[in-house]
Design a binder for this molecule. Structure first.
Ligand code: SF4
Ligand SMILES: [Zn+2]
Length: 321
């Protein structure tokens, strides 16, 4: 497979404008139901924090849209976490009183990049998350190591790192400009697990240049690899347009978003592996391709499978069969 080469400059040149964001507010915050590793549906606080843009330039990424052009100002994330918890009606000293047990601090970058999360904010972040059973942050495999364990040391709860594996496809992974190799990913996961850090991973469903079947196949291969490395949870991300470069590829016929049927197939396969949790990301589900006659039913099936971690009966549609 001969893929066009896009370096960071090409990728930047295609981008539309960023959204307007405030350094003292997360750009989204919510409580989401998520099945835990014991099969119990928990309520998870999810904060999309506004901070410095990620130093990497992955071709499929659109997270930069909600980031700052400057390093995250010290204190800004603390202000954001305080604001969101208050707005969600959560007492940081007793989150369980509001039925929440875990918190995701997603910062559209890497938590252990000090440009994104100032080191001087760590103690206050640890204090504000001290009463959650699980604290989940995202990070690039190249930025793990000692710093992760220093942060873990100051946490009362379980630290979980969300790492992007993206895909194990041998040509597409380097094309993504993720600047990560599979041996590096494996070594990182093994090291984190050996230090009692739990790992979840993001896997792309149908990156560019793959047809529908190949998209499903490589998503499954990627899950297998991730579980084999020691990952506890695979979060499957249907690839979407909207970041400039992906839209160009879509116009050129090199990318189409996956169909809902493919997403069902991937999620079923992941659940049937029976190794760990598997979720299908249903953000932007309006971009997913499916016949209108049963799209809603299929999305509901995906949601049900996410929440129960059990394979649900297939949708029977009289219209499209
Ligand atoms: S490492 Fe993550 S946040 Fe950074 S560009 Fe890649 S996908 Fe986006
Ligand atoms: Zn139908």
């Amino acid at each position: 497979m001969d893929l066009p080469v896009f370096n960071s400059e090409h990728i930047l040149a295609q981008r539309p404008a960023k959204h307007e964001v405030r350094p003292d507010r997360p750009y989204a915050w919510m409580i989401e139901p998520e099945c835990d590793s014991n099969g119990i549906l928990q309520q998870v606080v999810t904060l999309f924090l506004t901070g410095a843009e990620c130093r990497f330039r992955c071709t499929m990424c659109d997270l930069w849209k909600h980031t700052l052009d400057i390093p995250t100002p010290p204190g800004a994330l603390i202000e954001q976490i305080n604001f969101a918890l208050q707005d969600l009606g959560i007492n940081w000293q007793a989150p369980a009183d509001s039925g929440t047990t875990a918190i995701k601090l997603y910062n559209s970058s890497n938590f252990f990049d000090k440009r994104a999360v100032p080191l001087e904010d760590w103690i206050e972040i640890q204090r504000l998350t001290n009463y959650f059973e699980t604290v989940i942050v995202e990070n690039h495999p190249g930025l793990c190591g000692k710093r992760v364990y220093e942060f873990q040391h100051g946490l009362a709860g379980q630290l979980e790192i969300a790492l992007g594996l993206e895909t194990v496809h041998p040509q597409v992974l380097p094309w993504l400009n993720k600047q990560m190799t599979l041996p590096q990913y494996r070594a990182t996961v093994e090291d984190l697990v050996a230090h009692d850090v739990r790992v979840r991973t993001f896997i792309l469903v149908k990156p560019p240049f793959l047809n529908e079947q190949e998209g499903v196949f490589w998503a499954m291969e990627s899950m297998r690899f991730a579980f084999e490395c020691g990952v506890e949870c695979c979060s499957m991300v249907p690839v979407r347009g909207g970041n400039g470069l992906m839209d160009r590829l879509q116009q050129d016929g090199d990318f189409t978003p996956p169909t809902v049927a493919s997403l069902e197939q991937v999620l079923v396969a992941g659940l049937e592996m029976g190794v760990g949790r598997v979720f299908m990301d249903l953000w932007d589900s309006d971009q997913f391709l499916a016949p209108e006659c049963c799209k809603q039913q299929r999305l509901s099936r995906l949601m049900e499978m996410n929440q129960t971690q059990q394979v649900q009966p297939e949708v029977q549609c009289d219209t499209c069969g």
